[in-house]
Design a protein around this ligand. Structure first.
Ligand SMILES: CC(C)(COP(=O)(O)OP(=O)(O)OC[C@H]1O[C@@H](n2cnc3c(N)ncnc32)[C@H](O)[C@@H]1OP(=O)(O)O)[C@@H](O)C(=O)NCCC(=O)NCCS
Length: 163
């Protein structure tokens, strides 16, 4: 299966834009006051080629099965850090097959090609990103007394990301 998964720039496959926006909305935005249309708007304005922001999708036999983004900012309290890998999501049926790793790889390799020295992410997961080579940096405030965990991937120290 892994060899048959294609990673595409969402800009080239707009037919999947609504479906991936629905996943993102359900997972992260709907309980924070955003409508699905708000998230579709953001997705439409987060696309580019050979630049950031960008969004990538995993496609298997014409079905979209995963999404990831490279954003300029994913954490208000750290305007000094960028770019950020965000919205990593794999459809439940296809989890634990390396799709998440493949989607990370495109972000890591493209950020390196663009000349960035580090890629960042925020997460509540523990022991997932560590396995992929990310390093825990520190906790950071989200507001309302909540905190998140910042990770970074050192792009200079790694020759390539294999998957
Ligand atoms: C997290 C997520 C993207 C992983 O995608 P995936 O395609 O299943 O991941 P991969 O197949 O590339 O990685 C599998 C490996 O990670 C481990 N893993 C998967 N989910 C994990 C989790 N939540 N916590 C810790 N380890 C996890 C697996 O055990 C496996 O380890 P192994 O290679 O040692 O067997 C997917 O579970 C998902 O979409 N979750 C909901 C959205 C989400 O939480 N996204 C991350 C936001 S920061």
């Amino acid at each position: 299966m892994a060899e048959e998964i294609e990673i595409l720039n969402l800009l080239d496959s707009p037919q999947y834009l609504r479906e991936v926006s629905e996943w993102i909305w359900n997972q992260w935005s709907k309980n924070h006051g955003y409508t699905l249309e708000d998230v579709i708007y953001r997705t439409k304005h987060s696309l580019s080629k050979n630049s950031i922001p960008a969004m990538y999708i995993a496609v298997y036999q014409e079905e979209v099965i995963g999404v990831v983004s490279i954003w300029r900012n994913d954490l208000n309290s750290r305007q000094d850090l960028f770019p950020w890998m965000s919205t990593l999501f794999v459809k439940e049926k296809y989890r634990n097959k390396g799709v998440g790793k493949k989607l990370q790889a495109i972000c890591i390799n493209n950020s390196r090609k663009l000349g960035y020295k580090n890629l960042y992410l925020i997460t509540d997961h523990e022991n997932y990103y560590e396995k992929m080579g990310w390093k825990f940096l520190e906790k950071a405030p989200l507001g309302d007394g909540y905190y998140t965990r910042i990770y970074n991937y050192e792009l200079e120290d790694n020759v390539g990301f294999n998957y």
